[in-house]
Design a protein around this ligand. Structure first.
Ligand code: NAD
Length: 294
């Protein structure tokens, strides 16, 4: 039987519906959640991502600002802008759109976002919360891994006790994904560019998560029959189409559940950014902040 589709657009809609009463409660207290994005330079893809985030804010009633700096601006100018955004009481979330142009110290910029406004969850304090095991409850959890877990929960897919294999070890995606799954009781294998025999590891996965950014990396023979396959990768093919890391059509014949690209993890990442912004606003307002996971 072909795999069931984990529809990120539909699940994100549920997330937004669950956020509406929380936003209404904030507005009743005189607080409209606010999000600012700092974009430096920026290729077409980054601009599109920022536009999608702004649109999501507008649709749900979150105030948003986009600050665009030229690619040749100084790092000091970017840091000064972040200081202003950190101090602005109208804003509860501040993000730096990645990738940055060459020459910028990504770590320095990301660590300059105020911890309580770090709705991307990239500040070391928030990443440390994941290591400590309370990510998603006390800290602000990176949006893509949080979106994946939210999708799994929404579909009723058990995480605890399962063997998850994560391909990719970047701090914001692969490593955070692995930590979140460990915190939820999965046994986790992390594979990366130096892993020999990726196929052997992948084939042992009950939940296989690809976050390498390599189109066609995960082929059907790497998927254990009945595994859940989550494709985080976003790759632009030579013909202009978007594709994930998984060969989708063939993988559908092996997996029990699978995420498409586009329309899978991507919309969930945006929804989790909005959820984290609402959570940050609730904390500022002294309201109880439930976990973003629905
Ligand atoms: P990255 O380049 O920082 O990390 C890629 C990781 O993949 C590295 O850890 C590397 O070791 C591993 N890798 C690369 N080639 C490999 C191979 N052949 N075999 C095994 N491992 C390999 O990228 P990232 O920021 O972690 O993003 C990963 C992918 O996820 C990209 O395609 C990115 O566009 C996508 N992404 C999607 C979303 C979303 O919302 N869907 C969000 C963030 C990132």
């Amino acid at each position: 039987m072909p795999a069931l589709i984990l529809d990120g657009v539909a699940i994100a809609r549920h997330v937004y519906a669950s956020l509406k009463p929380r936003i209404a409660a904030l507005v009743q207290c005189g607080v409209q959640p606010g999000l600012a994005a700092l974009q430096i330079g920026g290729n077409a893809a980054s601009r599109l991502y920022v536009r999608n985030k702004v649109r999501a804010c507008t649709e749900i009633g979150i105030y948003s600002e986009v600050h665009q700096l030229d690619a040749d601006c100084t790092e000091t100018a970017a840091l000064t802008m972040l200081e202003q955004l950190n101090r602005n009481p109208r804003l509860h979330g501040v993000i730096v759109q990645l990738p940055l142009p060459p020459g910028f110290d990504v770590r320095r910029l990301l660590q300059s976002v105020a911890i309580e406004k770090d709705v991307d969850g990239f500040n070391w304090s928030n990443l440390g919360g994941l290591v400590d095991g309370h990510g998603g409850l006390k800290g602000l959890t990176p949006c893509t891994p949080l979106g994946v877990v939210t999708m799994l929960d929404h579909a009723g897919i058990t995480i605890e006790g399962r063997h998850a294999v994560v391909i990719g070890r970047s701090p914001s995606v692969g490593k955070s994904m692995a930590l979140l799954l460990i915190n939820r009781g999965a046994t986790v294998t992390v594979c990366h560019s130096k892993t020999p025999d990726l196929t052997a590891h992948a084939f042992r996965a009950d939940i296989l998560i690809a976050a390498a950014g390599r189109a066609g990396l995960v082929t059907a023979d790497m998927i254990k029959p009945g595994a859940v396959v989550i494709d985080i990768g976003i790759n632009r093919l030579p013909d202009g189409r978007l594709a994930g890391d998984v060969t989708f059509a063939a993988a559908c014949e092996r997996a029990s559940w699978i995420t498409p690209v586009p329309g899978g993890v991507g919309p969930m990442t945006v929804a989790m950014l909005i959820a984290n912004t609402v959570t940050a606003a609730e904390r500022t307002a002294g309201l109880r902040a439930p976990s973003a996971v629905v």
